[in-house]
Each structure stands twice: as C-alpha cells, then as structure tokens.
Write a protein that binds this ligand. Structure first.
Ligand SMILES: [Mg+2]
Length: 330
C-alpha cells in the first residue's frame, strides 16, 4: 500500500517542502502532478502572513504546481476569519502587520487603525518586512490599555538564502518582554490553522507534509492528524532522533514523493528496531546497525527510521556514530 492510500487529503507546508527560495524542490512537482492526476485533494498551508494568497498562488503556479484560491491557505486569512469570530462586528483593530493583513481585516469588516490612541479593542501582529519599530510602541500601549493581543503566527525565524533572520515571533517576543502574557496565535503549530485547513480540504483523514518538527509536525499532532516529515528543508536526522513526543512524525520520507511510495514498515521491541531488513539494536547504550551501512538513500532512511524509533523509547541511547554514518541523509 502506498502512503497516500491511507488518507483522503494531503496538506502541504511550502518552504522547504515544495520550494527552496526560488526553486522547486527536486521531484516535488512531479509528485504533486501525480496526486492531481488521481484527484487527491491537496491544500497548501503557509504561515507567511505578509504575502497575499494571490502571490502565493502565482508563485506555486510558476513553479509548476496547480494552485488556486480554493487550495491555498495563509495564516493571515485564518487570523482575519478568527478575529471575525471573536470580536464584535466592525470592531477597531490595530494592525501591526503587512498591507495584506490590513486588507483582509478590512474585508472582514474591521476598522483598521495604527495607533493606540484610536482605542483598538484588539491588536494583531503579523510579519511585515518593513515593520517600523514605532508600531511596537503602539502595540504595547494598546495592550496595556486593555486591547486583546493576537498574532498571525509566531515563527521565531525565517530561512533565507543568506541564513536565518527574525520572523514575526521576534516582534511578538519584544512585546511579551514589555507587557507579559501571551497572544492568541492562529498559524502553525497552533490549532486554528490546522483546523481550517482540514475544513477547507473537507478531509476526515488528511496527512500533513512538512519539514519542521516544531511547527508542521507538532501542529499535526496537536489536532490529531498524521504527518510526513521530509528532509528537503529545515530539519534533519539529528532533529528527528531528538524529537520530543509531541514533535514526532507518523512517517518520514526523503521528499514529498514518499507519499506515492509504500509505507515504511517498522517492528520495534525494547532493544531492537527493524525497518525493511535494516536492524538496529541498543548495545551497551549505543545504537548499532546489524551489517554494513547500506549504499542507497532510501535504505539509509530505513536505518534512520529504526534508529529514531529505538531512541524514542530509549532517550539515553547514543546514536551519534550511527547517524554520522548515514551520509546520504541530511
Ligand atoms: Mg517549511
């Protein structure tokens, strides 16, 4: 049985899963086209609140993915809908985010303001590449005056081709240092985004595909759906083995084409894990592979899956040497 055959929809994170910067992830376009050909429901889910859904759709299409209004979901959309549920109609909201977020709030019927002096009933923070520090002043003042505090998402960092830079979670942290407390957050790994994705996909048994344990996989686990961790983006083999229980994926794969491959089986006992003939045992506190390291990437992923499962039941297990030997898995 192929992995996707157990599910009625596939929900995808974007960066690190379907594209890396301006380039599609190798093999991903073909895999998504195969899912389309089988009419498997696909939803694209992004925490990026600065870009309009239309921009995301155009980017996905330019790379060869078939995206449209019905299957692209941004954290700004979820936030605007969430505020419409939680605040009175026409309420005054201080927007500390991009013009995209402000536009969505206006379309949801809110009066958007930019100063605490306008007595907003709520403030919302979202990523904006040109955020003015003075906006943070207004956010803090409004919260201290009693406004409810929201954030589209709370990603601490954003990957760029030059390295990690602050995400909106950085701006949220600055406000937290001043006012204390926590905002209500809509994006992954928080539940509103995942629940809206499931609703939009009309899915009862979806699988979430992501590259980050702390947002994608943790978010999927939080709403009780299965997940596939792919190794084309942020997190790698060490992260997987060290994952806390709420960040452990249901499946792993080199990339999204793993959806079209057989499920990676596993048998596990206290001191031994086996995946497709790759046997890993716990020997005097160290993870040991029975036999030589296999030469293929898929077989090395089988070893990794066995190591991870064993490490998850034996947190003290020393896996470093075995993980280092898996040179084809990042
Ligand atoms: Mg990602």
């Amino acid at each position: 049985m192929r992995l996707i055959d157990g599910y009625d929809a596939a929900l995808f994170d974007l960066d690190g899963v379907l594209y890396l910067g301006p380039q599609p992830v190798p093999g991903a376009v073909a895999a998504l086209q195969a899912l389309d050909a089988e009419e498997i429901r696909v939803l694209y889910v992004t925490n990026n609140a600065a870009r309009e859904a239309r921009v995301v759709i155009d980017q996905l299409r330019s790379l060869g993915y078939s995206a449209d209004d019905h299957n692209v979901l941004t954290s700004a959309q979820v936030a605007a809908a969430g505020l419409a549920e939680q605040l009175p109609a026409g309420a005054t909201v201080l927007c500390a985010g991009s013009p995209n977020l402000a536009g969505l709030l206006e379309r949801a019927g809110f009066e958007v303001v930019y100063s605490a002096a306008d007595k907003p009933v709520a403030v919302i923070q979202g990523y904006h590449p040109k955020m003015d520090w003075r906006v943070l002043d207004e956010v803090c003042l409004a919260i201290q005056a009693g406004a409810r505090w929201y954030a589209t998402n709370d990603d601490a960092s954003r990957p760029t081709d030059r390295g990690l830079v602050p995400g909106v979670g950085g701006a949220v942290s600055v406000v937290r240092l001043v006012v204390g407390g926590e905002p209500i957050v809509f994006g992954k790994p928080h539940q509103p985004m995942l629940r809206e994705a499931m609703r939009r996909a009309a899915a009862t048994r979806p699988i979430f595909v992501g590259d980050r344990l702390d947002t994608d996989i943790s978010g999927a686990n939080g709403v009780g759906i299965d997940s596939l961790l792919v190794f084309t983006g942020a997190h790698g083999k060490e992260d997987l083995v060290q994952a806390s229980p709420e960040q452990r994926p249901t499946h792993i794969g080199a990339g999204v084409s793993a959806l079209l491959a057989p499920v990676r089986p596993l048998s596990l006992s206290a001191d031994r894990a086996e995946c497709r003939g790759q046997v890993v045992t716990a020997d005097q506190g160290r993870a040991v592979l029975a036999g030589p390291v296999p030469p293929g990437a898929e077989e090395q992923l089988d070893v990794l899956w066995a190591v991870a499962q064993l490490a998850w039941v034996q947190p003290e297990l020393d896996c470093r040497a075995l993980l280092e030997s898996l040179t084809l898995v990042r």
